[in-house]
Each structure stands twice: as C-alpha cells, then as structure tokens.
Write a protein of this length. Sequence first.
Length: 173
Amino acid sequence: MKSPKKIRVWIAVLVAVAALAVGIFAGTRISNLASLMPPVEASLPQDASKYTQEENEIIERSQDFWSAMEQADEEGMREIADENCTFVHIGMTCKLDEEIGYYTSGTFQPTEIVFHGQSVELFGDTAIVLTDCDYSLKLGGFTTSHHFAVTEVYTQQGEEWKLIQFSFTALVS
C-alpha cells in the first residue's frame, strides 16, 4: 500500500491533469482562465518605519524562516516554527516534520524567491504576516514558479514568536 504522502502527491497531480483536460475539452486554454479572474495584487508596504519595534522583529523572524527554507536549514526552521505548525501548499497540507523533509530531501528545491513586500498585523499574542513573493523551485525534477501571497501566523510563546501556520495562496493576474 502506498504511503499517505505519496497518495496526496498523486492526487495533486491528478487534479492538475483533470483541470488541464477540462480546459482543453471546454475549448479554453489554461492561460485564458486567468483572464476570467479579477487582477490580484498583494500591494504590501515596504516602509519599516511605519511599524513598531515588535512588528519589525516579527517581520525579521519571517525573513529568517524564509531564509531557512531556502537553505534547507532544518535547525533554523525548527527554531522559528512551532512543532505543530501547519503548512498549506497547492494541493496538500502537512506538519513541520514533513515540510522539513521536503526541503532537506531535495523534493522542494527553491531556485529563486523574489520578495515584493511584507505586512504585519498584531492581534494580542497573535501576529499575521502577509508576504507577496514570486517563488520558483524544482519540484520532483520540474521547475515551477508562482506569484504567491503567503499568510504566516505567529503566536507569542513566552518571549518569542513562533510560526504556527504557513499558507501559500497563488495569485492570478
């Protein structure tokens, strides 16, 4: 019997193939589907001076996590993320251990991350960071690139902020 992880990957592949087939069958090219969506842009501020010291520390924590992911740095990812952190990707969700495994095994191999902006909002002991980026990576040997709004949720645990949710939302423009 196949592992649940392999089954989820195959389901994601099948969904992508089905979407392509539906587009072809309906006479609509996939590139034309994007024109049906309203233009989306995550216009996020770049001016750190508008944030408090605490908000800037949270953004720095976010940037440190992105760097750890890009470098497949397990220790750096564990330092920032709660052990029960949930990651939401296109077609799958997973917990921290599985996410780290994708990066350290080479399943996810970031090739370029271009940041367009970040914002942070505090709600008591919870912080939400929105990251607007273009994220390119090799995935199973294939290069893919998407424009994402990434929602990062942090909670204050003692004196430090821990990542508890990391969700990719593909932006269509």
